[in-house]
Design a protein around this ligand. Sequence first.
Ligand code: FSX
Ligand code: SF4
Ligand code: F3S
Length: 314
Amino acid sequence: MEKDPKKEFYEKLEAKGVSRRDFLKYCTALTATMGLSYSCVGKVAEQIEQAAIKPRPPVVWLHFGECTGCSEAFLRTPDVGGIILETISVEYHETIMAAAGHQAEKSLHDAVEKYKGKFVCVVEGAVATKYNGAYGKVADRTFLEIANDVVPKAAATICLGTCACYGGVAAAAPNPGGYKGVGDALGINPVNLPGCPTNPLNLLGTILKYLGKETIELDDYGRPVFAYGESVHDNCPRLKHYEEGNFVSEFGSKEAELGYCLYEMGCKGPETYNNCPTAKFNDATSFPIQAGHPCIGCSEPDFWDSMTPFYEES
Ligand code: FSX
Ligand code: SF4
Ligand code: F3S
């Protein structure tokens, strides 16, 4: 007897430690992240079930100049990460694949040829452009060569993390290697999901919109408006204190315990566009400001240069 694919999907999630109740909890968080009303939770859950049942889109995942924090962010949130891995078919990913050396190179080549024009390319990390890309190599090929070879063969490209989007830490001054984001380095317009790291819910929301063939509205920096349309400050739980002038001036102070505003500690929430206060991290547990740390503007282009020093008074 043929197995019920929906049942099979839930069994697979269960095996990853994600109960049906957990799944619905993440669908609720995702619905809010995607800017939809609460009444759409059922529809979002159904979209994910359908995505997992249908042939999943092949994904080639590249790593260039970065810290892999963006992959870690979803691999270490097993619930959201587990759901993501059920909606896509990862054909190549250096951090999680078993292959190494020549075998790994072959699997990249084979995946790109087999799924030419059909795969989604997820890129983590910036591309070195000076000196023919000499400042960044994998398997004796520069990041620039690999990007020029693989990215044009993809059906769509998603830049994951501020490094892939705009250069990030590798492009911080004086940037000797001429690191750039993928869009700038290749002269293309990818979907940019910045953050250092990117919130895994924003990746999942983007994948679902892509699979549902929905138009993804982007802002001037290539970021989906559903996730990056409002500033951190707009939705900050400490906003009332900002308006009333209750500021924290040092870490560990009495004011910090009271949850006062972190603006005077250098918080960049007013200039930073991201949905951290509503989506949150670690399976929707917390985000920097909730944990008492000022926002450092990690989803903005050039934040390592333009938002520093992170701790000086504003
Ligand atoms: Fe950069 Fe992401 Fe910061 Fe790290 O992929 S955005 S350094 S969290 O890993 O690229
Ligand atoms: Fe705005 Fe930062 Fe204060 Fe929150 S903590 S209200 S984001 S300045
Ligand atoms: Fe980054 Fe600020 Fe959110 S530092 S994680 S954009 S609160």
